[in-house]
Design a protein. Sequence first.
Length: 427
Amino acid sequence: MKTESVDKLIGRINELENRLAESEQLIEAIKAGEVDAFAVNENNRPEIYTLQSGDYAYRILIEEIGEGAVNITEDGMIVYTNSCFTDLMKLPYEKVIGSPIIDFIHPDSKMKFNALFMEAFDRKSKGEINLFIHQQIIPVYVSLTSLQPKLATIGMIITDHTSKKRHEETILQYQKELEAKNSELAQNNLELTSFTYIASHDLQEPLRKIQTFCNRIIENKDDILSPANSDYFKRILSASARMQNLISSLLSYSRMNTRNMEFETVDLNSILDDVISSNQELIEENRASVKVGMLPVITGIPVQLNQLFTNLIINSIKYKKPDDPPIIHIDSCKVTLNEKKSADDRLLPDHWKLTITDNGIGFEPKYAEKIFELFQRLHSRFEYEGTGIGLAICKKIVQNHKGQIRAIGEPGHGAVIEIYLPLAQIG
């Protein structure tokens, strides 16, 4: 019984010694880099897991990387390839291994590839080339590096650029189409501006003749017109005057689209003095009061800014309350992002805020954007004369100055026009 126990004990010792020797060999191999290993704690005890081949993980990575990988000898012979490259070439493995890499390079890319290949012996090289297989061109991006001294080969990673090139070609085609459309649009705009300008002048000539001859008929005392006929001629004169006003407004709007006006330093105080002086008769007739605060000096187009304030002042006078003389306040202040309230204000840099406030009839808030549209009127021409173009011109002028304009109003409580102009014009 004791003998069996001793024999078992000796066997156990021998087993432990063998395992110890194997462990020591394994540890030395791990230290020398001959075996990959990692440790995991299980049940509060470290367990060492090993990979018996040092390049096993590398091979798995290369196979799963999703890009082609090839090892090439110094003579250009393929000695290793992953499945991604064979799939790209649509060739079986045995047709690739042992073949010269140059056989798969497009003739137009062979010179470039040879230069990249020779460069790889000294340093990493990379570039775009075309592969060629089954009469099909495959655009790829290659990265080459020498694997010496461990291996006398060049490693090459191949990235398929077929989709990228297809997207680039699509984008290029869209770009060409866009440029063509922009050119066509620019030509159409030029023709439209020219047409509007010429038509406006040509249309006014027959209108002036209609007005002239109607006035002669009405004023000629030798001709006796019935009251009805006299009224008809007066209506003709009124209609032709409205049409002439509309044509003039359209002409003004077309001029606001011109891009050849140069920006210069403009004192808005001087601009407003000129506007008030030019419209003094209208202001006095309506017993209007225009109160102006200190306005800034900005970079702008003087003639357009003059038109802007002219339209706004005339608009405030036009839409006055029947029994109250118009009172118009014009002021300015500098605003920053945090001081603005509207949803669009977050897009603005630091701006000058110009405010034009009146005590007129106001308007429904739901029409705050509509009033800046071309030919839009909130009232019939029998209530208030106008073409519906004045505020559209204002909006165009502000846009030309890279600014924004908005209206705030309540029925019976007047209107406020807010204009945001950048502190400096860029571009």
